[in-house]
Design a protein around this ligand. Structure first.
Ligand SMILES: C[S@@+](CC[C@H](N)C(=O)[O-])C[C@H]1O[C@@H](n2cnc3c(N)ncnc32)[C@H](O)[C@@H]1O
Length: 242
């Protein structure tokens, strides 16, 4: 029952967060630079507010706990958080693993992470500088749908294909990739999809569970998708060919 009320409470908080963040960033950025640069710069502009607002909810901690459980994280593991932003989720994981790296194209988001247990690497999922088979676990939370940003709609499938190829490349054999994102088959996921479509001018792409499975089809890996909560799914993709 308590969880039910907590959920009712956190929904408007989460949507309010996004509304405030995105309205602020639009006002500050859109007049000055063109739209594709805006897409790259947006998280730099909102980083100062993103972290405190996201901390209002316990969602980041819950995501971290689910990742630990689903990926069966071990003390010896080397972990990569792609689109890790302010490193909040990594901060709930860093004590339980050997090494954790946050990769993100927003330096200002990453600057919010002050932990010396988290390594920060500037970059995007496309063309990561890591060697093949570096990580035991790779995960991304609320960032997969951004991997199409800056691409035209007809390039979306290619952008996802290349990002998946990269994530599997840096993963060790028998390693696990975990993706948490909004589920477009759920009401709150649908709302988030509509909102980001409007805000990012259709540049972000949320995937239903079937769409996600289809994206992984060429890679011959098994994709298991579970409910994270009433807005998101968590997908577990072990690097073992079917
Ligand atoms: C909504 S935030 C999520 C941050 C963090 N994962 C969390 O849950 O608190 C999305 C993050 O994805 C990053 N991002 C956007 N495009 C990316 C790309 N192509 N590759 C890697 N990260 C990207 C953004 O800079 C931003 O920090």
């Amino acid at each position: 029952m308590a969880m039910y009320f907590l959920n009712i409470l956190t929904t408007p908080i989460l949507f309010l967060n996004y509304l405030i963040l995105f309205n602020l960033s639009k006002k500050k950025v859109l007049n000055n630079i063109n739209y594709s640069l805006f897409l790259m710069a947006i998280f730099d502009k909102i980083a100062w507010l993103y972290d405190p607002l996201v901390r209002l909810s316990s969602r980041s901690r819950r995501c971290a706990e689910k990742i630990k459980f689903v990926a069966k994280l071990k003390k010896s593991d080397v972990v990569l958080d792609i689109g890790g932003g302010t490193g909040l989720i990594a901060s709930f994981i860093s004590d339980d693993v050997k090494k954790i790296i946050v990769l993100d194209p927003s330096k200002k988001m990453m600057a919010k992470s002050k932990s010396d247990k988290i390594e920060k690497v500037y970059g995007t999922v496309h063309g990561m500088k890591f060697k093949d088979s570096t990580f035991d676990v790779v995960y991304c939370v609320d960032s997969f749908h951004h991997f199409t940003n800056g691409h035209k709609k007809k390039e979306f499938d290619n952008a996802f294909h290349d990002s998946i190829q990269e994530m599997l490349r840096v993963l060790k054999k028998n390693g696990v990739l975990v993706i948490i994102d909004f589920d477009t088959e759920k009401f709150r996921g649908k709302m988030m999809n509509l909102f980001e479509k409007w805000f990012f001018n259709g540049d972000s792409k949320f995937n239903s569970r079937d769409e996600l499975r289809n994206l992984f089809d060429p890679f011959k890996v098994k994709v298991e998708v579970f409910d994270l909560d009433n807005s998101c799914y968590i997908a577990k993709i072990p690097k073992i060919n079917k």
